[in-house]
Design a protein around this ligand. Structure first.
Ligand code: ZN
Ligand code: ZN
Length: 875
């Protein structure tokens, strides 16, 4: 065993062992109870970021915990084909070679994307493996693989036959850069500075009279088909029905009234352009207005724009403003800050665009999805996310699912070129069922990537076939994800699962926060505060990364402040564990039989009973907290137990027994037993080092995965536990006094311990251990305090009061040391005080820096008070 822990070496070896032995393969025929999670599939283009690392660490903790409880656990991994994102990546690559996808054509281009996937698509999977994700890698899926493609077709055809998918002409969000429709959710709204143009529309019968409208998009005037006012707006009473001329064109349109028009925007009168605005489109339907198109799918002006034809929409806006000014139609221009929609993939400004698309009729699906959460079939943790979920589903609009790109699931619909019949089918039809023509053409569009991921929990297990996997592991138990995809993904999975399988996709949804930097800022490339989890794994190990993520995550789902320093603490813990193992394994040859018999129990020392009882309590606590998905409380408790109680107390005490009763086998049995228990408890959080050390222990199974998390099966007399409590109290108090009065151990006379009779009786048998632990001379044990307390340092926080007599020399030294510390503290306190009274600092410093300064001054005050109290006592 290496003297110093080398995380890179251990983690690599253990990962290979897990993969080679298929340790996490789930058996669908197992008679154990099932527990299952499907991984939120990362984009195949992606690389692991801290958000993934958190999400997957939490899933892994749950899976490993459930395995230790005896469940047959399936954690199903895979990746998403990420339609637009992947197509963009491959197109960019082709651009560098001076080529476009059009040069290749559809089939060749798709081949290129598959080639790209073969080459780069495993990156994130390999990163997940090095994080220690205990997925069933034999069951890895991809949203475009054969089985999942079948499921997508089946889902589409089923929903179409139920009338839940339809094709219609609507105004949709169009990205001119990506050349595709986007769902409402895929549009990001960002505030930006813009102009509001006030434009005069002359009346047909009186060219001196005009009505002024306000618009941010004068380039769309070419496609106006009405001017609208609110029926309640008295300013325009009597004008409804009048005809006006659209500037820059010779079109005559009517002034109409519609209650959708807001009276407080601009002048209260609006130009209506059904082809280029969603609200205008609606008003157009009500009033039967013509839909004209002035901007094409590339974001360029059509011939409707006359001389501006072919211009980019942004340039066309500038030109239109110039023309309006020239013809005297521009009344004024105002500044306007407003939200503008951008493509979530490429950040191009979205163009509302009228086109024929496929939609999922969402309201009936949403109704069932809400019921499932209302009646607790599905529960959110923390519960407050349910409101967000309901809010969206209550106001849901139909979901536009067709995308005009090539990479994705092609829509399983064919058109008859002879009679225009639409044939929706899982398999390619040979002829038109209506007219028998064989002149058929498949829809060119592909499905929204989120359509296939909405089927993920069951499509990955073989749906629509009735597979053994589905029977055993579906519905899944838990879904772990970030709040940012509750709409995109969680809600849609629930909708699709309920309609297609008539079952909920999962029972519990755990929503965690985002990871931020130590100052609470979002991690971003532009700030330069991004931490790459792969760097942390290299520097400190996956175990350390995982442990810090788990201990920082909070059950309220708040955002997490992460820094590399936090990982260092976890890395030190790994060292501590390694060194402990080396100590424990030293004694391997001294134990002949590891079973703890009833006779052993009868002969146990207080510390044996104490550590066994504590380990039982910690197991209870761990299970309770993990069942509540409180990862931070669970990990912190295990950490404290191992470091503080097991290493610092129990091992210290057993060292004493090694020394006095050479090779006390009972102590060694308890030592080995508790160390093994510690590894099992810690395993979900730090799987690599615990697996490595576990496998080195005698009588171990092939993998710690096959262990069971269970308590020591005996109860103990409380008398012996009392001895241990008394010993801990007296030792802690003595150590505290020593450090506070700066007393070197060899300078003291014997301590005096004052305690009530019932404790005193227990304590007498522990005196030897007390001397060993505190390196003290044998103490005087008394029931009452001495009458003269002069020259004593006293600690009376617990039921045992400890007094240490300070001799002349010592007294002087203590006073000097305490005075020195006090002076130093007072100086620091003054600096902090000045800083907090400085208005410049208060105004300029970030909030968390000010908070930290305030906390510092509170702590300083406390320490000063303590030191002053001690000093006065010594004088
Ligand atoms: Zn785009
Ligand atoms: Zn036909």
């Amino acid at each position: 065993m290496d003297k110093i822990y080398q995380h890179n070496k251990t983690e690599k070896e253990i990962l290979n062992f897990w993969l080679e032995r298929h340790i996490y393969h789930a058996n669908e025929r197992s008679d154990k109870d099932a527990f299952s999670i499907v991984i939120p599939p990362p984009n195949v283009t992606g690389s692991l970021h801290l958000g993934h690392a958190l999400d997957d660490t939490l899933q892994d903790i749950i899976c490993r915990y459930k395995r230790l409880l005896g469940y047959e656990v399936l954690w199903l991994p895979g990746t998403d084909h990420a339609g637009i994102a992947t197509q963009n990546v491959v197109e960019k690559m082709l651009h560098k070679e001076g080529k476009t996808r059009q040069v290749f054509g559809r089939d060749k281009f798709i081949e290129k994307v598959w080639e790209w996937k073969e080459q780069y698509g495993q990156r994130i999977i390999n990163q997940l493996k090095s994080l220690g994700a205990s997925c069933d890698w034999d069951r890895e899926r991809f949203t475009m693989d054969e089985g999942l493609s079948k499921a997508v077709k089946k889902a589409f055809v089923t929903l179409y036959s139920k009338g839940l998918i339809y094709k219609g002409t609507r105004i949709i969000n169009w990205c001119p850069r990506c050349s595709t429709a986007l769902a409402d959710l895929e549009v990001e709204h960002e505030d930006r500075e813009d102009k509001l143009y006030f434009v005069k529309y002359k009346f047909l019968d009186n060219p001196d009279k005009f009505i002024t409208i306000a618009t941010t998009r004068p380039e769309t005037i070419f496609a106006d088909t009405a001017v609208a006012v609110n029926p309640k707006d008295e300013r325009f009473a009597g004008l409804v029905g009048e005809k006006v001329l659209v500037p820059m064109t010779d079109r005559v349109v009517e002034i109409i009234s519609d209650s959708l028009v807001e009276t407080d925007f601009g002048t209260g009168a609006l130009k209506i352009t059904p082809g280029h605005d969603p609200m205008d489109f609606e008003i157009g339907i009500t009033h039967n207005l013509e839909v004209l198109i002035a901007i094409d799918s590339d974001g360029k002006m059509t011939e409707l724009a006359g001389d501006l034809k072919g211009l980019d929409r942004d340039i066309a806006r500038e030109r239109a403003v110039e023309i309006l000014e020239e013809i005297g139609a521009l009344e004024k221009v105002e500044d306007l800050r407003h939200a503008v929609g951008h493509c979530y993939r490429c950040k191009t400004v979205i163009e509302p665009y009228v086109s024929e698309q496929w939609f999922v009729k969402s309201a009936p699906l949403a109704k069932k999805a809400m019921e499932a959460v209302k009646n607790d079939t599905i529960q959110f943790f923390p519960e407050r996310w349910e409101k967000i979920y309901f809010d969206w589903l209550e106001n849901i609009k139909d979901w536009c699912i067709s995308r005009q790109i090539w990479w994705g699931h092609r829509i399983p619909a064919w058109y008859c070129n002879n009679c225009n019949e639409i044939i929706v089918s899982e398999n390619e039809p040979k002829s038109c069922p209506k007219c028998n023509s064989t002149d058929l053409k498949q829809d060119e569009d592909v499905l929204d990537t989120w359509f296939s991921s909405s089927l993920w929990p069951f499509s990955t297990m073989g749906w629509p076939e009735e597979t053994e996997e589905l029977k055993k592991f579906f519905p899944t138990s838990v879904l772990v994800t970030g709040f940012d995809i509750i709409y995109f993904w969680v809600a849609r999975m629930i909708m699709m699962s309920l309609v297609l399988t008539e079952k909920e996709p999962f029972k519990n949804v755990i929503i965690h926060g985002l990871i931020r930097d130590p100052q609470g800022r979002k991690m971003s490339k532009s700030i330069g505060n991004v931490i790459d989890p792969m760097d942390i794994i290299e520097e400190s190990g996956a175990d350390a990364l995982r442990f810090s993520l788990a201990s920082l995550s909070n059950p309220s789902g708040q955002d997490i402040k992460m820094s590399k320093e936090k990982v260092k603490g976890a890395r030190n813990f790994a060292n501590k564990l390694w060194n402990t193992a080396r100590f424990v394994l030293n004694y391997e040859e001294n134990v002949t039989n590891y079973d703890i018999s009833n006779e052993d129990i009868a002969n146990m020392e207080p510390e044996d009973i104490w550590i066994l009882s504590r380990s039982n309590e910690v197991i209870d606590f761990l299970c309770q907290k993990l069942d509540e998905y409180n990862f931070s409380a669970a990990s912190t408790e295990v950490y404290n137990f191992i470091w503080d109680e097991f290493c610092d107390w129990y091992i210290e005490l057993t060292k004493f027994r090694m020394k006095n009763h050479f090779k006390d086998e009972l102590a060694l049995k308890v030592l080995f037993y508790t160390f093994r228990q510690s590894l099992i408890m810690l395993h979900p959080f730090m799987p690599f080092i615990t697996e490595d050390l576990y496998r080195r222990l005698p009588n171990s199974k092939e993998s710690i995965t096959f262990e069971t998390l269970k308590k020591f099966g005996h109860s103990f007399s409380s008398e012996k536990l009392k001895n241990m409590t008394a010993l801990i109290e007296a030792t802690k108090s003595t150590r505290k006094l020593r450090s506070e009065y700066r007393i070197a151990p060899d300078l003291t006379t014997e301590p005096i311990l004052v305690m009530p009779d019932d404790i005193k009786n227990n304590f007498m048998s522990e005196i030897e251990k007390y001397c060993f632990l505190t390196k003290s001379k044998a103490p005087k044990v008394a029931q009452d305090m001495p009458t003269n307390l002069k020259g004593f340092a006293i600690e009376r926080d617990t039921s045992i009061t400890v007094l240490l007599y300070l001799e002349q020399d010592n007294l002087k030294k203590s006073k000097e040391l305490i005075e020195k510390s006090l002076q130093k503290l007072l100086k620091e306190f003054k600096i902090s005080e000045q800083r907090l009274n400085d208005p410049k600092f208060l105004k300029g410093a970030p909030e968390d820096v000010i908070e930290a300064e305030k906390e510092k001054i509170t702590n300083q005050k406390e320490s000063i008070e303590i030191l002053e109290r001690k000093l006065s006592f010594l004088k």
